[in-house]
Design a protein around this ligand. Structure first.
Ligand SMILES: Nc1ncnc2c1ncn2[C@@H]1O[C@H](COP(=O)(O)OP(=O)(O)OP(=O)(O)O)[C@@H](O)[C@H]1O
Ligand SMILES: [Mg+2]
Length: 491
């Protein structure tokens, strides 16, 4: 540890500024960890993190005319003798023999401040007495590669959100840091790769990893009905047509068990469906109802194409999938080559299966990685389509019951709120957050990143400029009550 400065005037028990000693401004940067010896006492040491640096030179005020300003105007070099550099210190806690405690004593101005150097790993202090509850992430505090990041295992089922603009490194972070952490904590991992480009190319089938395409899987009948509802603009808004589809879907797995998923079989199934709907409405006795149904049927089959049935031809059952996850540890679903409705329909099918398992009292020990989460739970109710309404509701239900049943949901989104974010009621269920570089739209306003992080001295400016792969770790899983900037090596 080395002395870097002293506490300035105006400190409280929860906020203080350190005035840096001469030339330390070249060495010290924000996000470094420091120890304040309050009142210069060995038994009053407060661990803190540096935020919001500030340089002051009152002679160079840009709003008033001073001799130094005049001198500078004519090319002179103004004096630096009255320059003051300072950082805000966000206290993490008072160091006690029992670990960290909230600091309740006023931090005395003049108290000396020491920088934690590589050899003074502050996580030894943060994790004192809770070692047995931790997992260590494949990540480190920015600037200190040897300081691995601890996380509290028991909060994994309290769900996780990963936020950041496109290209900020969310998928990579999830792949390199979160997934290994879940596996090390005894969770199996189900990855839903929306586009098939973020995870599929980086995993190889092995003893522990299985990769399936969404089209290999069979959907439950309810999800098939939702899928058709979406594809047909709510069955041409005709309940007779809906019933006709419902009738046809009954016993779906038997219907397709002998079919291949080639063009010819799909066409054949399509024709069967069409005939069956026709037959079903031909039983309608009232003439006006019959002709309404017939018109609706024509509309529906103009929209629905034989190729739309392709995603419904899979043969692997949901039960088999979950047997596979427990045998393999990682199950990766390649969702490319399917329509959004089919992807969401598949999600609903697995979600229903898991939900009923949990309801019957089983612990799942499973983490579901939901990348591109706004596709499943968009921010605005008005932008929902029917199936998104169901998936949003389902994610909320899974999250609530999952807390008691060892299910983790990890949702990844480009934004927190607004157009690029996720539904607010879903977001409330994510109790650990990783914030990467944010979109300017997310910088301010209610529920935005600034609202989450500015209480800790992290400014929106700092968040707009984060480099790729840097995330503020915040929330229940973080044993530090103050969010810290972490990163990882993508090797
Ligand atoms: N720790 C890191 N250090 C350096 N570069 C990184 C790091 N993590 C990720 N990157 C780079 O960032 C790029 C984008 O990462 P990634 O695909 O994870 O972004 P994303 O946030 O998931 O974006 P999108 O929202 O578009 O899916 C990667 O191709 C990689 O080159
Ligand atoms: Mg991504």
């Amino acid at each position: 540890m080395k002395l870097i400065g002293r506490i300035a005037d105006g400190s409280t028990e929860t906020k203080a500024r350190v005035i840096l000693m001469k030339e330390k401004e070249f060495e010290i940067s924000s996000e470094e960890i420091v120890i304040i010896k309050n009142g210069d006492r060995e038994d009053q040491q407060i661990l803190g993190v540096l935020r919001e640096g500030l340089g002051k030179n009152e002679f160079l005020s840009h709003t008033s005319y001073k001799p130094d300003v005049a001198y500078m105007k004519y090319g002179g070099e103004p004096s630096g003798s009255r320059e003051v550099y300072s950082f805000l210190i966000q206290p993490i806690g008072l160091i006690t023999t029992n670990g960290l405690e909230p600091n309740k004593k006023v931090i005395q101005p003049r108290s000396p401040v020491y920088l934690c150097e590589d050899a003074d790993n502050p996580f030894n202090l943060i994790t004192k007495n809770i070692e047995s509850e931790l997992i260590w992430l494949n990540a480190y505090l920015e600037g200190h590669e040897s300081w691995k990041i601890p996380a509290l295992k028991r909060f994994i089922p309290y769900h996780v959100g990963v936020y950041g603009t496109t290209g900020s490194g969310k998928s990579w972070f999830t792949r390199h840091v979160l997934i290994p952490a879940y596996l090390n904590s005894g969770f199996n991992v189900l990855i839903l790769d929306w586009s098939g480009t973020d995870y599929v190319p980086y995993f190889k089938e092995s003893e522990n990893v299985e990769i399936l395409s969404i089209n290999d899987l069979i959907l439950d009948e309810e999800s098939i009905l939702s899928y058709f509802r979406d594809k047909t603009n709510n069955f041409g808004k005709n309940t007779n047509i809906e019933e006709a589809f419902d009738e046809f879907i009954e016993g779906w797995s038997n219907k397709i068990s002998n079919l291949y998923d080639d063009e010819k079989s799909v066409e054949e199934l399509y024709n069967q469906l069409k005939e069956s709907v026709k037959l079903s409405i031909s039983n309608i006795e009232r003439k006006d109802w019959y002709s309404a149904a017939e018109r609706a049927m024509r509309r529906v089959f103009r929209r629905l194409k034989p190729s739309d049935l392709k995603p419904l031809m899979g043969k692997i059952t949901i039960e088999e999938i979950f047997e596979n996850v427990s045998n393999r540890k990682v199950l990766l679903i390649d969702m490319s080559n399917a329509l959004s409705e089919a992807k969401l329909g598949f999600f609903l099918a697995i979600a229903r299966h898991l939900y009923s398992k949990m309801e019957s009292g089983q612990n799942l020990n499973l983490s579901i990685i939901i990348d591109e989460a706004p596709q499943y739970a968009p921010w605005s109710k008005s932008s929902f389509n029917d199936i998104q309404r169901e998936t949003t509701e389902m994610i909320k239900n899974l999250a609530a019951l999952g807390r008691k049943r060892m299910l983790n949901l990890t949702l990844i989104a480009q934004g927190i709120r607004g157009e690029i974010g996720i539904d607010a009621s879903v977001r409330r269920n994510l109790n650990t957050q990783f914030f990467g570089r944010i979109h300017p739209l997310d910088a301010g306003g209610e529920g935005g990143a600034a609202e989450w992080l500015s209480p800790y001295g992290i400014t929106p400016d700092a968040m707009l400029q984060l480099k790729q792969g840097r995330f503020y770790f915040s929330g229940l899983m973080n044993p530090s009550p103050v969010p810290l900037l972490i990163t990882y090596n993508p090797i």
